[in-house]
Ligand binder design. Structure first.
Ligand SMILES: NC(=O)C1=CN([C@@H]2O[C@H](COP(=O)(O)OP(=O)(O)OC[C@H]3O[C@@H](n4cnc5c(N)ncnc54)[C@H](OP(=O)(O)O)[C@@H]3O)[C@@H](O)[C@H]2O)C=CC1
Ligand SMILES: O=C(O)CCC(=O)C(=O)O
Ligand SMILES: [Mg+2]
Length: 589
């Protein structure tokens, strides 16, 4: 296409995409947009770093050829007042991959966000924001190394879609009249109105991308984040559609969190990703208190916008918060932060967010060695305490440098040589160790884990005791009583008798069948006083139903067995009481 102001470098070659497969030449043309405010400072610094890493990694065999594209204030100058030139969009489509600096959006008035428009025009439906800690970066958390999460934010729907009607306008009055008169809605007459569309199509493609990412990158879990208890037909529907995609399209490689406990006793099966969900308000607390519970988050536009800035604060702040806007084939990488206008042209801010957006871009085009060089050299600069102002204010003994000087220091490290293999191995060992620790926690204290991780117990498998103490019919009652005292339990499970029936012996049996009848525990065996048959339920029995069985049969314990009759655990009135007391009880609506 003939462009008016865009120049494609002659030595570069365009990336091509055929049948959804991307082909990247060794001299690809990538688009860049400087952006407003701090955009030019960080873009200049980062381009030097990316180029240096590529040069070092491939010794001149590969090179990025940059094509400048325009949006925002610079575009308005070049294109005579046009902040959002159509040819910039065309060029991104032609080049497939671009990186952009932040763009200014006026608040409460003026033009709509160029960032949002870009996402909508190119249907960049997934905003992908990885949040992880780099050694040496100051953080408010005790153990920031536990934060390693990738946020998938739906990027085209929700309250960002521009269906907003200002109070007092004719459109607003028309909609208000319809809602009040036709739909029976009730709200103040002077309310501004906004509409929140959340579609099955939009939700599913976002969750699909998040799960696929988890599969491709060996991640442990995908958490659907929603406020579906309040917004039932938008955010609640997102949750339902998310589980549906997981079940219908990734059933072979996913399990739900409920299954993790009910079918796998908390031990995550090899090659299976756990799909879970959390309500949007509690996720902010959980991300601070239990960051390693979360791996990939999939959520809607507004939640994702909020969570990505909050999560960035855990690992150093907006100065180190990368991201990308992606469709199935086009990707526009960008920092999570904005234009920070007070620092514009001051060579002051941290280039980290754009830098790591570029690292993700290098990974995306398959240039992993160059990407690794940057992420592995970065902590070395931090170890020397050479940092920009934002880190310096939270770091003792730091040498504060400007944006471009930070770039110099990083380039020096990159060129100094990094032992990529050893460092990669160290990182992968660390991830494996942490994964094991999480599993041990789930296995040893499933109930505590559940409550602390924000799940509400709903089924018997959530509350049952899994470590069963069993005796046989032939055990003497005296020995059995000794076992009960030693293990501090009020009952023992009795192995199946000749008819294959499990039994149970409780403290109550001792009191009513031994003490009351004046018999000796040494003279009797368990088989003589145990109760049979025992009521058995499946692990997915809802707590309400379990309570019903306990009440109707006037018993206090239920055995829990799978569909093949394999005993999994036991649950008692005390377990149900404890779970409800700790987590609260949500009666069915
Ligand atoms: N995708 C995009 O292009 C985005 C654009 N925006 C737009 O940016 C403009 C300004 O938004 P605002 O809400 O102020 O948010 P910003 O993200 O621009 O800035 C908020 C604060 O974050 C810190 N910060 C941001 N970037 C860096 C950096 N690179 N290094 C160190 N610290 C950084 C600064 O903190 P401190 O003051 O503590 O030093 C800064 O004052 C608005 O017009 C907004 O619409 C906002 C978000 C995304
Ligand atoms: O478009 C804007 O100005 C803000 C966008 C934003 O906050 C984001 O993308 O995270
Ligand atoms: Mg934001």
């Amino acid at each position: 296409m003939a462009y008016k102001h865009v120049r494609l470098p002659e030595d570069g070659k365009k990336i091509t995409v055929e049948n959804d497969k991307m082909h990247v030449p060794d001299n690809p043309i990538l688009g860049y947009i400087e952006g407003d405010g701090i955009g030019p400072d960080i873009t200049k610094a980062c381009m030097r770093i990316w180029d240096a890493a590529v040069e070092k990694a491939y010794g001149g065999d590969r090179k990025i050829h940059w094509a400048e594209l325009f949006m925002g204030e610079k575009a308005a100058k070049v294109y005579d007042g046009d902040y959002f030139p159509a040819e910039s969009l065309e060029a991104i489509k032609e080049l497939w991959v671009a990186i952009k600096g932040p763009l200014t959006t006026p608040v409460g008035e003026g033009f709509r966000s160029l960032n949002v428009s870009l996402r909508q025009e190119l249907d960049l439906y997934a905003c992908v924001r990885p949040v992880r800690h780099y050694t040496g970066v100051p953080s408010p958390l005790k153990d920031p190394g536990k934060v390693d999460v990738v946020i998938f934010r739906e990027n085209t729907e929700d309250v960002y879609c521009g269906l907003e009607y200002q109070s007092g306008t004719d459109e607003n009055k028309k909609l208000a009249k319809f809602l009040k008169e036709e739909m029976g809605a009730n709200f103040f007459d002077d309310a501004g109105l906004g509409i929140k569309p959340i579609s099955e199509f939009g939700s599913k493609r976002l969750v699909r991308k998040a799960i696929q990412y988890a599969v491709d990158n060996g991640r442990e879990s995908v958490t659907l984040v929603h406020k579906g208890n309040i917004m039932k037909f938008t955010e609640g529907a997102f949750r339902a559609w998310g589980y549906e995609v997981a079940r219908e399209e990734f059933g072979h490689c996913t399990i739900t969190e409920d299954q993790l406990y009910s079918e796998y006793n908390g031990r995550q099966p090899e090659g299976k990703i756990v799909i879970k969900d959390r309500i949007a308000d509690i996720i902010f607390q959980l991300m601070l208190l239990r960051p390693d519970d979360f791996d990939v988050l999939a959520t809607m536009n507004l939640n994702g916008d909020y969570i990505s800035d909050a999560a960035a604060a855990e690992v150093g702040g907006m100065g180190i918060a990368p991201g990308a806007n992606m469709s199935d084939n086009i990707a526009v990488f960008e920092a999570t932060h904005g234009t920070a206008p007070k620092y514009a042209d001051k060579n002051k801010v941290n280039p980290g967010s754009l830098l790591f957006s570029g690292v993700n871009m290098l990974e995306y085009i398959g240039w992993q060695e160059a990407a690794d060089l940057i992420s592995l050299a970065y902590p070395e600069v931090l170890a020397d305490k050479i940092v920009t102002y934002d880190f310096a204010r939270n770091m003792e003994g730091a040498t504060e440098v400007g944006t471009s000087q930070f770039a110099d220091a990083l380039i020096e490290q990159i060129n100094g040589g990094i032992d990529l293999e050893t460092k990669r191995q160290q990182r992968s060992d660390k991830l494996a160790r942490e994964r094991k620790q999480r599993e041990i926690r789930r296995l040893l204290q499933p109930m505590e884990e559940m409550i602390a991780s924000g799940r509400t117990p709903t089924s018997v498998s959530d509350v049952m005791t899994r470590s069963l103490i069993t005796v046989t019919d032939a055990t003497s009652v005296h020995d059995a009583m000794h076992e009960m005292r030693k293990n501090e339990v009020s009952s023992l499970v009795v192995e199946p008798n000749d008819s294959g029936d499990w039994g149970i012996m409780t403290r109550r049996d001792i009191v009513t069948k031994i003490v009351r009848d004046d018999k000796s525990p040494t003279d009797l065996t368990v088989g003589q006083i145990a109760s049979r048959p025992v009521v058995t339920v499946s692990p997915d029995t809802q707590l309400r139903e379990a309570a019903n069985v306990i009440a109707e049969k006037n018993i206090s314990r239920l055995l829990v067995a799978d569909k093949d009759g394999k005993l999994l655990g036991i649950t008692t009135e005390t377990d149900i009481f404890g779970a409800i007391e700790q987590s609260g009880w949500l009666p069915e609506a």
